[in-house]
Design a protein around this ligand. Structure first.
Ligand code: PXP
Length: 249
């Protein structure tokens, strides 16, 4: 099957804020990083306003909404506080993620099937406000079916298990995850959902996922911000873009 369209790259700038917050000052500025990412070819900027504000802050979101020329993908937990913030800003996209205070990063996908009713009511006003609503889930059939039923337009597949298996040299697990994600991308597309993917992707792991014809957007952050230390943010993003295009060709 031919790819369904151009594969977009959303650059997640959370960890620019992590470095800034380590000292509590004003630099490095995530908005400056976002503008640089735009210049380097990012199709969108992703930022996760966590409940504990450990990286991105409310002021960062205000400033990003003001400064960006590309769409903002606002990642948030399904809480009343976050819904109010999203409805005030009306970003292009909202991605609903599970959140636990004690976790280092978003460890798993959202349990949509278990909370179907609540989530359906939660995302309805966001959709009405014109936000494209995405649900971050594991490549799991019941979760995908539930995402479609609650009225999400997009699912983002959690690539963390695939990336961890690669990093730990568990190549059979890695390949099994890839097959699962590929099959579930096709299944989600059949249900009318747009498919995105992200979490933990690196230069070594991006290509097989970028090659799934139904995947329309990848959201990548931590690796790119780390790689920027060595080659600069613009070149780090340009190399990711090149690998994505190569995989897609
Ligand atoms: N997509 C979602 C929904 C996420 O929560 C994250 C991490 O915040 C990412 C993508 C990016 O993951 P990473 O920073 O590991 O590239």
């Amino acid at each position: 099957m031919e790819p369904l369209g151009k594969l977009r790259l959303g650059v997640n700038i959370d960890h620019v804020a992590t470095v800034r917050n380590a000292r509590g000052g004003a630099y490095p500025d995530p908005v400056r990083a976002a503008k640089l990412a735009e210049e380097a070819g990012a199709d969108g900027i992703t930022a996760h306003l966590r409940e504990d504000r450990r990286h991105i802050t409310d002021r960062d979101i205000d400033a990003l909404m003001e400064a960006l020329s590309v769409p903002l993908n606002f990642e948030m937990a399904a809480t009343d506080e976050m819904q109010k913030i999203a409805l005030r800003h009306k970003p292009h996209a909202v991605c609903i993620v599970p959140e636990k205070r004690e976790e280092k990063t978003t460890e798993g996908g959202l349990e949509v099937a278990r909370e179907e009713n609540r989530l359906a009511h939660f995302i309805a006003p966001l959709r009405e406000a014109g936000c494209r609503v995405s649900i971050f889930i594991a490549a799991d059939r019941p979760q995908i079916e539930a995402a479609a039923r609650i009225g999400a337009q997009v699912i983002e597949l959690h690539t963390g298990a695939y990336c961890d298996a690669h990093a730990e040299g568990r190549f059979d697990d890695r390949d099994a995850e890839l097959v699962r994600m590929r099959d579930m991308s096709a299944f989600a597309h059949e249900l009318g959902l747009e498919v995105h993917a992200g979490h933990g992707l690196t230069y070594d792991t991006v290509k097989p996922v970028a090659a799934f014809p139904e995947v329309m957007e990848l959201n990548i952050g931590h690796f790119l911000i780390g790689e920027a230390i060595f080659r600069g943010l613009g070149p780090a993003i340009a190399e990711m873009r090149r690998l994505m295009d190569e995989a897609r060709a």
